[in-house]
Design a protein. Sequence first.
Length: 302
Amino acid sequence: MKNYKGLNLATAILMILIGHTCCNPETKQAKQENPVSHKNLNKNLNLSIFLDLSDRIDPKKYPNQTMEIYQRDLGYIKSLAKAFQEHVNRTKISSMHESMQLFFEPEPKSKEINELARKMKFLFDKSTVTTDKIASITPEYISSSQKIYQVALKENKYIGADIWSFFKNKVKDQCILPAHNNILVILTDGYLYHRENKLKVGNQTSFLSPQLIQEAKLNVPDYSDRMNKGKFGFLPATSGLQGLKVLVIGINPQKGKPFEEDVLNKYWGDWLREMGITDYQIKGTDLPTYMDTIIKNLLSNK
């Protein structure tokens, strides 16, 4: 026991209490069990979805006996809408500022698709939120997304999706809000192509196709070393995207190429990190039921 001789009574009691607090193992354990976690902060949600309406959704060109690609997309969109609706229902009205929106690049020439996308933009704050509006999120997304794919498939005009230009020109201004959990979900097969965007500087490009991978001889076991030594990858489209989380769903490598998926994942992972994005996931064409948990965890900030 420490010697407190010579101290007045108040000072001695104070020192005893301080020593008990610092040395008591129960106090230390309590502090460890309640750490401050940034993930647990009640951030508002800003969810953006990018649809790649290129020929990847064409069931005639890329048939899938289990479930067509466009049907998988519809399942992912339904899961995103449901997770967003559940989030809004959990959010206090006094602090509410939640948003969900849909993007294309370039914008479709179809007025019907553009009108449907406009209806799929939701913004909730304490002055505009209503129970009916919250309840309409999932039905609206299911109905409008089905119509969008029906129109795209019927028109059968696939000019490609310019994801590179979307990052360059729109992501920073339209997909990132201060003090929000900013999430961008991209539905794509992993190949980047648009007929009006074919930039190339050395071995870095704004596009990626099976032909480019084949010509570069990247579909080999040591693909990573070859890419690093040859500096193969996407050209950085922008920078400063640290405030954004990205989920890429639908990576769909060409059949018969054993390392093609690995090459696609490395292209995307390197590219996202170069633009400042460290919180990202890259997923294949799993069935919507398997992707549902990943989507729920992402939107709940777990």
